[in-house]
Design a protein around this ligand. Structure first.
Ligand code: FE2
Length: 377
């Protein structure tokens, strides 16, 4: 049984749950978050009122707690509430946590994740909603997952995106080719490795997911590597909070103008935090970092030291997970969090991957719908 108390002037209602948890709610918040049919459309849940419809000096004038909670407001409205819903949406907590926190659905990782790569089977996730849900939940948790057993045919990566959402088309097309033929006459030839990076930081918004799909991988080397950028940012924070603050409180500039008619530029921090300090995005890409001009002169030396140290952490083998894709295998990264790289390759053979971008809102929406359906079962 819930119990309640009302402040003397009716502006704050305190609810106590059967387990003893207390939570305070403001009258204006309660009115705005009513679920009666005059406030929310029963068909789609959209709010039918605007804040301007609620008096600024609104008070709760009377409370009736029986099986449900009924509030009477100074506006003469009488509305029933589900106290359990209110407790699930409590905002009565202490001040924001320290900067650099993961979302509760996320979990940081390092090289240790190599022992149990989050992986699913292409046909199974296409057939079984529970398997799809688990795979998408792994992507939400780790910002990275593999998919094995897919068809070895061009454009199969589009089927991967269609499992949860939509491809984001860019000036590189619906998808792009990552194709290299190692010179078979020169076995000493070594394909260049790339430093771990996030893709396209010069876009705003940045593509939030990337899919890389392997069609051929017979060259020696050519492994893919991923690094948890949020974990790297936390490591920087724990080593040197001032360095973390420099990278999160100043914008870098990223740009790409490598083809005719394209001049992409974005001004965003390398470590982006939400207003409450939660980790929101990492942007790290040496190839597309432009002149950084948003750091005051007296902070630039420290900024560069922080940028260098973040790169060293990202390059630390203890942070990386490496794997070699076989034809028909792919992986997906949360491009706002997880950096990816290609190791060098050599010897005779071919390496052919196709890549595309997609967006996380669609993935998280599909996951949430699957979770909601399971909860309703
Ligand atoms: Fe890339």
């Amino acid at each position: 049984m819930f119990s309640y108390s009302l402040s003397p002037d009716g502006d704050v209602l305190t609810l106590t749950a059967p387990d003893g948890t207390c939570s305070r709610f403001h009258a204006v918040w309660l009115r705005d978050n009513a679920w009666d049919v005059t406030t929310r459309a029963p068909s789609n849940g959209q709010r039918l009122i605007a804040l301007r419809d609620i008096p600024a000096d609104l008070r709760v004038s009377k409370v009736n707690m029986s099986d449900t909670l009924t509030l009477e407001f100074s506006s003469d409205e009488r509305i029933a509430y589900d106290p359990a819903w209110l407790m699930r949406h409590s905002y009565d907590r202490d001040a924001a946590p320290a900067p650099g926190q993961f979302d509760p659905h996320q979990e940081g990782w390092d090289a240790g994740l190599s022992k149990a790569l989050p992986t699913a089977d292409f046909a199974t996730v296409g057939r079984e909603p529970a398997a799809l849900r688990d795979w998408l939940a792994a992507i939400r948790r780790y910002g990275f997952a593999k998919l094995t057993g897919g068809p070895v045919e061009p454009e199969a990566l589009l089927q991967v995106a269609a499992l949860f959402g939509y491809v984001r088309e860019t000036n590189y097309g619906t998808y792009f080719e990552v194709r290299t033929e190692v010179n078979p006459t020169n076995l000493a030839y070594t394909g260049l490795g790339l430093q771990a990076h996030t893709d396209n930081p010069y876009r705003d918004p940045v593509p939030t997911l990337q899919i890389l799909y392997c069609l051929e991988n017979s060259a020696q080397g050519g492994e893919n590597m991923v690094v948890d950028g949020f974990k790297a940012a936390q490591r920087l924070r724990d080593e040197d909070s001032e360095a973390f603050a420099l990278l999160s409180s100043h914008c870098a500039t990223f740009e790409y103008a490598g083809e005719a008619g394209v001049r992409l530029t974005a001004r965003r921090p390398m470590i982006e935090l939400a207003p409450d300090g939660a980790l929101q995005a990492i942007r790290f890409n040496n190839r597309s970092t432009a002149a950084i001009t948003d750091v005051p002169f007296d902070k630039m030396a420290g900024y560069y030291a922080a940028y260098r140290r973040l790169g060293e952490i990202i390059d630390d083998p203890a942070m990386e997970v490496t794997f070699k894709l076989q034809p028909g295998e792919s992986f997906i990264v949360d491009n706002t969090r997880v950096l990816h790289a290609r190791k060098g390759y050599s010897g005779a053979g071919h390496r052919w991957l196709q890549g595309c971008y997609a967006d996380k809102d669609g993935l998280l929406s599909t996951l949430s719908a699957l979770e909601h359906a399971r909860a309703a079962e």
